[in-house]
Design a protein. Structure first.
Length: 239
């Protein structure tokens, strides 16, 4: 299937912009399953990725004053090396730069949750314990530490003694320490006299955060993909 991308902005601004002076396929640089394409034009580089609507513009990299920036691009797909990136030539100014690609950790949350007891006896049950074991299934290779903040909310029939807890997933591990949340009854019979056999509902939220990082050209900090909404997840960008 054919697809095309065009330079952003008003038609008068794109006329004569020499968009497409160089084109390179980088491969799948961010682990989302789609390969990225870089299109060069003087003073700009346009990074595009495949979607259900075809190629869409995902990033614009501007020149830092180099004449002819973007008229030449390295053409080979990126490999899994410590210096993944691509070269950009600015022949009019006799300059070139090497742009590195940030690592994008991708994973699916498959956290295990256990509730004890499974059913409440108004005469015998004194408390309810919910055990949360944060677990991930990796979609890309990464060794960055993840800090997980777990929070549980429920209705007014229970009182939570430890609302927020944290754990970590390090290196190549796939799970963190188990976190126990203890709930005491607001009423002696867990409200069974008023609510009958209505189920207790627990809402669990997990926040995954990458370890702090000192960003530099030599060691670019990894980032989460803000466009990834798999499983209803939401990525917040930190200033």
């Amino acid at each position: 299937a054919e697809s095309k991308i065009e330079p952003p902005g008003h038609l008068d601004e794109s006329m004569g912009a020499r968009f497409g002076s160089a084109v390179a396929c980088l491969g799948d640089t961010d682990g989302d399953g789609s390969e990225e394409v870089v299109v060069g034009a003087p003073f700009f580089i346009y990074r595009a990725k495949k979607s259900t609507q075809g190629l869409i513009l995902s990033q614009i990299i501007k020149s830092q004053g180099m004449s002819g920036f973007g008229m030449k691009l390295s053409t080979s797909k990126l490999k899994d090396t410590s210096a993944r990136g691509f070269a950009v030539g600015a022949p009019a100014g006799q300059n070139s730069v090497y742009i590195k690609v940030r690592n994008v950790p991708r994973f699916t949350d498959i956290t295990h949750v256990k509730v004890n007891p499974k059913s409440v006896n108004s005469n015998e049950t004194k408390l309810v314990v919910v055990t949360v074991t944060p677990t991930i299934q990796r979609k890309t290779n990464f060794t960055d530490k993840l800090t997980i903040t777990a929070k549980i909310t429920t209705d007014n029939r229970l009182v939570e003694t430890n609302q927020i807890q944290k754990t970590e997933i390090k290196g190549n591990e796939n799970f963190g320490n188990s976190l126990e949340f203890t709930f005491n009854p607001e009423q002696p019979d867990f409200g069974l006299a008023v609510h009958g056999l209505q189920s207790l509902v627990f809402k669990i939220s997990l926040e995954y955060k990458l370890d702090s990082c000192s960003d530099s050209y030599r060691h670019p900090c990894p980032i989460f993909d803000p466009e990834d909404t798999t499983g209803g997840q939401k990525t917040e960008e930190i200033e």
